[in-house]
Design a protein around this ligand. Structure first.
Ligand code: SF4
Ligand code: SF4
Length: 388
């Protein structure tokens, strides 16, 4: 939708501020990562809408670098969509995306965002690393390239392919899938960025290019089922690609394999574990239970919940490319640091995640928070591998 089509929503929002909190306010703090980091009304969902109205819609104030910074600091976590009590709530993130489209057209994105988009345009990944090295993480693991007729294509994504921490999760999942006996393979150098972050940044043209490249590859190889490491890939492929294939997040597949008896986690993992819901699996796609079922299936684990969980989970701060760009910033007050303190306060010794971006963000935050040796961050795939 174009920005002008959101005019009614911008007027009907009366800045009540429900969207800044969890649903029942039982948690004392704020749940919009943008507002909780900046603590300015202009950096709340309602305030941001007023800024968009006054600048991009009504032209009452001039667009500025400061407004661009606020607009791109939103992590698109959908807490505001979840918590706003009004019928237009589902349109909230769309307004921010439409505003970003305008800013992209005007060529005034923040330099860090521009760098991110330029890298993906040129290299198919935000790290400016070689396409032919995209599958190098799998060397020596026994994980092979996809062959027509395989049960599943394993879509890894940029973080799992290139980031050293993300690669840890990519290998763990690959090794678990190997033990299940499934026939699967990766695309290696034929995979390109799924474009989920590009889409939320408002660069619709580049998103279309990435989507078409991936879809063409899937079609050429007659791919019928895809399992993704990242919830970001899952969201893009499930909701923004044209279909013709089934898409699963890996926790959904592992749950089914465990239930079907193809995987037997039997070695005890005697830890108190708390689980962090990633926005693009949880609030975007309402998958709250599959990761928890996998965790509960492992002997020895005591699963405890943080105050903010499921629909009320607090974003790690990495969404909408903030993992790469860090436009949101925040130093020691950043959302990821608040989140690891919250996890630690449950008495958990392990913070489980099911997203390579959350894994990297929260592991860094454990160091910033001085919790090394007291709280370990692990991907669910790593926990399952240890239990097999
Ligand atoms: S977006 Fe919804 S909850 Fe937030 S201030 Fe506006 S009306 Fe209130
Ligand atoms: S999407 Fe998340 S970060 Fe952005 S305004 Fe809404 S609650 Fe805040």
């Amino acid at each position: 939708m174009e920005l002008k089509e959101y005019a009614d929503v911008v007027h009907r929002c009366f800045r009540c501020g429900y969207c800044k909190f969890t649903y029942d306010f039982s948690y004392r703090g704020f749940n919009c990562p943008l507002y909780s980091t900046r603590r300015l009304e202009s950096c709340s969902p309602g305030g941001l809408m007023w800024l968009i109205r006054a600048s991009l819609m009504e032209r009452e104030i001039a667009w500025s670098d400061r407004l661009t910074d606020i607009l791109y600091s939103c992590t698109m976590c959908r807490n505001c969509v979840q918590q706003c009590r009004f019928s237009f709530n589902h349109k909230l993130v769309g307004i921010f995306e439409a505003a970003r489209e305008r800013v992209i057209e005007a060529g005034s994105v923040p330099p860090k965002v521009n760098h991110f988009l330029t890298a993906i345009h040129g290299y198919g990944n935000p790290y400016k690393l070689l396409r032919q090295d995209r599958g190098s993480w799998a060397e020596g693991t026994g994980i092979r390239l996809y062959r027509e007729g395989d049960d599943f294509l394993y879509y890894v994504g940029c973080v799992g392919s290139y980031d050293s921490t993300g690669q840890r999760a990519a290998r763990a999942l690959g090794e678990v899938l190997l033990k299940s006996g499934l026939a699967f393979g990766i695309l290696g150098s034929q995979e390109t960025c799924d474009g989920n972050e590009v889409n939320t940044l408002g660069e619709k043209g580049l998103f279309e290019v990435l989507k078409q490249q991936n879809v063409q590859t899937f079609q050429n190889m007659h791919v019928a089922k895809i399992v993704t490491l990242s919830p970001h890939s899952y969201n893009a492929l499930l909701n923004h690609y044209p279909g013709g294939f089934e898409v699963f997040h890996y926790t959904q597949l592992l749950r089914d394999l465990i239930k079907g008896g193809q995987l037997h986690p039997s070695r005890p993992f005697p830890e108190r574990v708390t689980y962090h819901d990633p926005c693009f699996l949880a609030r975007y796609n309402q998958e709250y239970e599959a990761p928890r079922e996998v965790i509960r299936s492992i002997p020895g684990i005591e699963l405890v919940e943080m105050d903010r969980n499921r629909e009320n989970a607090f974003c790690c701060g990495g969404g909408s490319a903030n993992f790469y760009t860090d436009v949101l910033g925040g130093g020691r007050d950043r959302p990821s640091v608040a989140r690891v303190h919250e996890a630690y306060s449950t008495g958990a010794t392990v913070l489980a995640v099911s997203c390579p971006i959350c894994l990297t963000m929260l592991e860094d935050a454990v160091k910033t928070a001085g919790l090394e040796g007291q709280l370990r961050v692990k991907d669910v795939s790593e926990i399952v591998r240890e239990s097999l």
